[in-house]
Design a protein around this ligand. Structure first.
Ligand code: ZN
Length: 315
């Protein structure tokens, strides 16, 4: 009887170790060495837009005050579930998705930008110019995204509206191949998938984000109110470390950290990193208000959260 019980416990232990029944997120400390700092658990997607927090995890691996535990997700809905249910302390996430969660009552704050610029509208080589977008099928990752806004901006620049094209939502990883097969005529999505489209030889950049929306906002670093309230000093050290990491991401450092976490070809990353920067990641009120105007104008949301309620700058 005793032996059977022990066996049951052992089987249970093996299943737990094998990760059965655990969440979708794959969690890992950056360098895995011993340290004494308090841990902040951050959800991310392996994209160039999340490089600042990946770089921070590297820089703080042995910090005595704060460390970053990275939890990788495969899609925005999975990452949102983890953030909204409090399974993580924060995330690098599309700001519109975070705004929607906030509007629905989830206690989170945007504490910094994910990056600056860094988006492109990729189209098939057959598309001649902006006016030629009429009647085309364009993919975006999610209705709640700056990619949706940028597509609307590109259309407005050419006297068109969203009703003049066919918009489809598609998983970012599927977009380059959908362009190659002709299922779609173009797409706008988090990097490096635009650069992947260019590398196939079938796609070209129609617009960069700065040509459509100066000082655009796309991803944000968010923290839960619960974490900020209970771990104020750690939250402060984490946000400071994040901004420092962003400032440290020069071309060479960005390439190194992207190669480690993104598993994409070096030339794809090199192309992608030319479109983005990570210095000075504060979210200004002017910048945020421009975003909320666009969110309302293009029908993403009627009632986005106000800067004072959603953006936290005082740490
Ligand atoms: Zn982004």
């Amino acid at each position: 009887m005793k032996k059977q019980l022990l066996l049951t416990i052992l089987i249970g232990a093996v299943l737990t170790l094998a990760g059965c029944g655990s969440s979708n997120g794959a969690s890992a400390k950056a360098a895995g060495s011993a340290n004494a700092g308090e841990t902040v658990k951050i959800a991310y997607l392996p994209i160039t837009h999340s490089l600042a927090v990946l770089e921070e995890a590297e820089e703080l691996a042995n910090n005595e005050k704060v460390n970053v535990e990275l939890v990788k997700y495969g899609s925005w809905p999975e990452l949102l579930d983890a953030l909204n249910s409090g399974n993580v302390d924060g995330a690098s996430v599309l700001i519109e998705l975070a705004m929607k969660s906030k509007a629905e009552g989830v206690g989170i704050k945007a504490v910094a930008l994910g990056h600056k610029d860094g988006n492109v509208l990729i189209v098939s080589n057959d598309v001649k110019d902006g006016a030629d977008l009429k009647g085309k099928t364009i993919a975006i990752p999610h209705r709640q995204s700056s990619h949706n806004i940028l597509v609307n901006d590109a259309l407005a620049k050419n006297g068109l509206t969203i009703d003049d094209i066919n918009v489809v939502e598609l998983a970012p990883t599927e977009m380059p191949s959908a362009l190659v097969t002709g299922t779609i005529d173009g797409y706008c999505v988090a990097e490096p998938f635009g650069a992947v489209g260019v590398s196939t030889g079938k796609g070209k950049v129609l617009y960069t984000s700065e040509e459509l929306w100066e000082d655009s906002v796309c991803c944000a670093l968010v923290l839960t109110d619960d974490f900020i309230d209970k771990h104020a000093d750690t939250a402060k050290a984490f946000v400071e470390g994040y901004k420092t990491a962003g400032n440290n991401l020069d071309a060479e450092t960005a390439q190194t950290v992207a190669e480690k976490y993104l598993k994409q070809k070096d030339d794809v990353l090199e192309t992608s990193l030319k479109w983005i920067s990570y210095d000075d990641l504060d979210i200004t009120e002017e910048q945020y208000n421009k975003l909320t105007e666009k969110v309302k104008e293009y029908g993403l949301s009627d009632n986005p959260p106000a800067y004072a309620d959603f953006v936290k700058t005082d740490f």
